[in-house]
Design a protein around this ligand. Structure first.
Ligand SMILES: C[S@@+](CC[C@H](N)C(=O)[O-])C[C@H]1O[C@@H](n2cnc3c(N)ncnc32)[C@H](O)[C@@H]1O
Length: 196
């Protein structure tokens, strides 16, 4: 049982985002709308989502995956925690969603139009992040796009932001992808858009 399995067994919603179940799903819908559905870069780049595949990288128990599934043709939710995947399968039962237990630091055999990741890399060391980032290009379809969130400015290092900061340049260099845009949504959260 890894660290995330233990936390998720203890209190799944709390350790993957919110204090209670209601806030958990409300935040999932809000973040889906904010970070995917109403994102002009994604809309311009991908056009309609209805024929596209999305990979939710470090999906937890399905907080955002649930809402991605309503708009995308196919969704893969990947997470290192067996507990998370077990609960995600109970929480999100849409036929177009497949949850897979996977360590993102290892090679995967999936291709997606959108690779999305929220609140995952901020927990990891720079070396771990680089292993994950180095594998993104192979997972991306030719006209695909990556939108990932990393830890923002070096402030408030505490439980939820315990990983290392990584610069936009380092992300671009490690992925071998082209930078479209980067933006702080809060000082702690830096979002990066990349394409092939
Ligand atoms: C705070 S939760 C965020 C979950 C989800 N992305 C969300 O926004 O609700 C972080 C998740 O990242 C997963 N995770 C951490 N390291 C990972 C790795 N190396 N590979 C895959 N998943 C990982 C954890 O198991 C956990 O479910």
């Amino acid at each position: 049982m890894n660290k995330w399995d233990k936390l998720i067994k203890k209190d799944a919603e709390f350790y993957t985002y919110a204090n209670n179940v209601i806030d958990y799903w409300l935040s999932g819908e809000e973040h889906y709308n904010q970070f995917i559905k109403n994102d002009e870069v994604l809309k311009n780049h991908l056009g309609s989502f209805s024929d596209k595949t999305c990979l939710d990288y470090g999906c937890g128990i399905g907080r955002i995956t649930k809402f991605i599934a309503n708009d995308f043709k196919k969704v893969f939710g990947l997470d290192i925690s067996e507990e998370a995947i077990k609960l995600a399968k109970q929480n999100v039962t849409n036929e177009n969603v497949k949850f897979i237990k996977a360590d993102l630091r290892k090679k995967l055999d999936i291709k997606a139009d959108l690779i999305f990741s929220s609140m995952v890399l901020q927990h990891l060391t720079k070396d771990e992040q680089k292993k994950i980032l180095g594998g993104l290009k192979n997972l991306l379809k030719n006209n695909g796009i990556v939108k990932i969130q990393v830890r923002g400015r070096e402030i408030d290092k505490y439980q939820w932001y315990s990983g290392d900061c990584i610069s936009v340049n380092e992300v671009v260099e490690t992925t071998g992808l082209k930078l479209i845009k980067s933006e702080y949504t809060t000082p702690k959260e830096l979002w990066i858009w990349l394409k092939k």
